[in-house]
Design a binder for this molecule. Structure first.
Ligand code: CP
Ligand code: NVA
Length: 335
């Protein structure tokens, strides 16, 4: 079955960082996702992956990414097989390369979420089938596609918009926002303490893409300067999966970077939208949220409940868009 808005051929490609995708290819995936979203809303499901089998490898927990891949597979007629961290030998008793070769003999595509970027690279290198990065310590590329689809839905043309990410500026979500935004002609600003700036390699790449695409990258510890004129304010957790011993130091460092109504006002843009990849610590209704309140007296961390629940917030559209973009990625790359 043909993909209606699909223009470029991505068959057989893996999606590991998006560094190797050009703007046309990324825009194509976003447009395809929008098209598949409309079709689903109209009740039509094209079985673009009929008879395919997809492996979903998770070393780290997930709500959105796991559910997005599972529902996308089911909608497209494919079978998803979830393989959690204790289900397979990956790297423990069997090398990543050998595991990849075995999975490639049985599955038509592999999703991987885990720690090391090296693991997802090796899976792609040795499996012979498309591999999709569902989050590593370095990148979260499927998230960035959903982010820019959500921004496009709210703001129209992405070119020339200003996306400001505030908080832990060197995490997977910030890295992918920088890489994808600078390829699409979006001004991306990172407001973070210096010790949490994006690494040199990512910053240099983003600046190079920005130069080619007539947009600007700003990396600063000055929140006021960064947020002024923002079209989008974006934040993520202060402590990512795998860094759970860092709460005390991150809270100390990142308190001035909390997204609150004062920060929204500082954008000087009535229509600024708020995004967050989720899960978010915006209140004390979680076990960790409660613990943080008891230990540090904070009712919220990276975003206040007021902003999270406000008219500025599009976080649940963003979460839904994970599914439509993941569907587009799988449909476009599966041979
Ligand atoms: N945003 C995101 O990746 O969410 P999950 O960790 O729930 O998959
Ligand atoms: N930076 C976060 C993103 C979660 C979706 C983490 O890695 O935990």
């Amino acid at each position: 079955m043909a993909l209606s808005v699909h223009r470029v051929n991505l068959k057989g490609r893996s999606l590991l960082t998006l560094i190797d995708f050009n703007a046309e290819e990324i825009n194509d995936l976003i447009d395809l996702a929008a098209d598949l979203k409309q079709k689903k809303q109209r009740g039509s499901r094209e079985k673009l992956m009929e008879g395919k089998n997809i492996a979903l490898l998770f070393e780290k927990p997930s709500t959105r990414t796991r559910c997005a891949f599972t529902v996308a597979c089911t909608d497209l007629g494919a079978h998803p097989e979830y393989l959690g961290k204790n289900d397979i030998q990956l790297g423990k008793k069997e090398s990543v390369a050998d595991t990849a070769k075995v999975l490639g003999r049985m599955f038509d595509g592999i999703e991987f979420r885990g720690y090391s970027q090296e693991t997802v690279q090796q899976l792609a290198e040795h499996s012979g089938v498309p591999v999709w990065n569902g989050l590593t310590d370095m990148y979260h590329p499927t998230q960035a596609l959903a982010d820019y689809l959500t921004i496009k839905e709210q703001k129209g043309d992405l070119t020339g918009l200003t996306v400001v990410y505030v908080g832990d500026g060197r995490n997977n979500v910030a890295n992918s926002l920088l890489i994808v935004g600078s390829k699409l002609g979006v001004n991306v600003r990172i407001a973070a303490p210096e010790s949490l700036y994006p690494n040199q390699e990512i910053a240099t790449l983003a600046k190079q893409y920005a130069k080619e695409n007539n947009c600007e990258i700003m990396i600063t510890d000055n929140v006021d300067e960064a947020v002024k004129g923002a079209d989008v304010l974006y934040t993520d957790v202060w402590v990512s999966m795998g860094e759970e011993d860092k709460f005390a130091e991150r809270i100390e460092l990142l308190k001035p970077y909390q997204v609150n109504m004062e920060m929204i006002k500082k954008t000087e843009n009535e229509d600024v939208i708020f995004l967050h990849c989720l899960p978010a610590f915006h209140d004390t209704t979680t076990i960790i949220g409660k613990d943080i309140y008891e230990k540090y007296g904070l009712e919220a961390m990276e975003v206040t409940d007021e902003v999270f629940q406000s008219r500025h917030s599009f976080v649940f559209d963003q979460a839904e868009n994970r599914m439509h973009t993941i569907k587009a990625i799988m449909a476009a790359t599966i041979s």
